[in-house]
Design a protein around this ligand. Structure first.
Ligand SMILES: Cc1cc2nc3c(=O)[nH]c(=O)nc-3n(C[C@H](O)[C@H](O)[C@H](O)COP(=O)(O)O)c2cc1C
Length: 281
């Protein structure tokens, strides 16, 4: 899958570069060039979905635009599911309590294996979200200090993380964490006003993670239906192995984290569906 930008159509507005999670798009307004560096691109299609001019091409083709007419209830429901995207930019508007309650209810009523009902939620709201992001960033920096030296990088390579053993990449990562700590830019929770942590019992039944994933997806779809964006944050989940931090965010010692996601309103408007590998019938 090759992502390119038709420079003859592009208005160089920069929305694609801003929405790109991998930051692999370079826009040069003076020379009127926009280029996608395909190495490092995770092929999520966000550039093509958001481009107002329709300038992004995937293997030479434009992405499928959202339908002009909403159609019937079935089409509306399909569109709701197909247009659910990971949102990484939030505005200042806070989700209201009615919406939050509906989102929680969607999670509570989701099926669990053998109806174990082992899923529970922790809701973190601003300004606690930003404080939590800073605490997580400090933990990540501590780990980075251990692996940034030649021995640490060799261990990373031996452990199969060759991609992350790059000195410049680790340094850049460290700087990005400093920005989170200083409140300059939040690459963890994207300044979302709400973060939801779904947990399940350590001693409980099997399928705790699956139960959390299902509840989380229903919650995010309910949010999407109400114009509220979301993004799963595996990154934060990975950093929350630290017991002190887990306690700080309210995860009881007998619980495991199953899913973490952000919630918030966005000004981002995606206009097309993404492209993905086809599943054959
Ligand atoms: C389990 C899981 C963990 C994720 N963790 C992160 C994360 O830490 N940060 C992030 O920006 N996106 C995260 N994502 C979002 C994916 O990067 C996203 O699904 C992908 O870019 C495709 O975009 P879309 O969801 O808009 O279709 C995660 C998604 C999943 C399913």
């Amino acid at each position: 899958m090759l992502f390119t930008i038709k420079n003859e159509i592009c208005t160089f507005c920069g929305l694609c570069a801003d929405d790109c999670p991998s930051k692999v798009i370079k826009i040069d307004r003076s020379s009127k060039t926009a280029v996608i560096k395909n190495e490092g691109c995770i092929k999520c299609s966000h550039c093509g979905m958001i481009c107002p001019a329709g300038a992004v091409r995937v293997d030479g083709k434009e992405l499928t635009p959202y339908p002009k007419n909403s159609g019937g209830a079935a089409e509306l429901f399909d569109h709701l599911i197909l247009s659910k995207r990971s949102i990484r930019k939030y505005n200042n508007k806070l989700p209201g309590s009615t919406d939050l309650e509906a989102i929680l209810l969607a999670g509570q009523l989701t099926a669990t294996a053998s109806n174990s009902r082992q899923v529970d939620s922790i809701i973190i709201q601003s300004p606690e979200v930003q404080k939590t992001a800073a605490s997580i960033a400090r933990i990540i920096q501590n780990v980075l200090r251990l692996v940034r030296n030649p021995i640490g990088r060799n261990i990373l390579k031996l452990a199969g993380y060759k991609r992350y053993a790059d000195k410049a990449l680790l340094g850049n990562f460290h700087n990005r964490m400093s920005n989170v700590i200083d409140g300059k830019s939040d690459v963890l929770f994207f300044n979302a006003p709400v973060v939801v942590i779904l947990t399940y019992s350590k001693k409980g039944k099997m399928f705790g993670r699956t139960d959390c994933a299902l509840a989380g997806q229903n919650m995010m779809l309910t949010a999407h239906n109400r114009g509220i964006g979301s993004c799963m944050i595996g990154f934060a989940e990975a950093a929350l192995w630290n017991n002190r931090l887990r306690k700080k965010v309210g995860v009881a010692p007998d619980r495991r984290i199953g899913l973490i996601f952000t919630l918030g309103y966005t000004d981002r408007k995606h206009l097309r569906y993404p492209t993905r590998s086809k599943w054959e019938i």
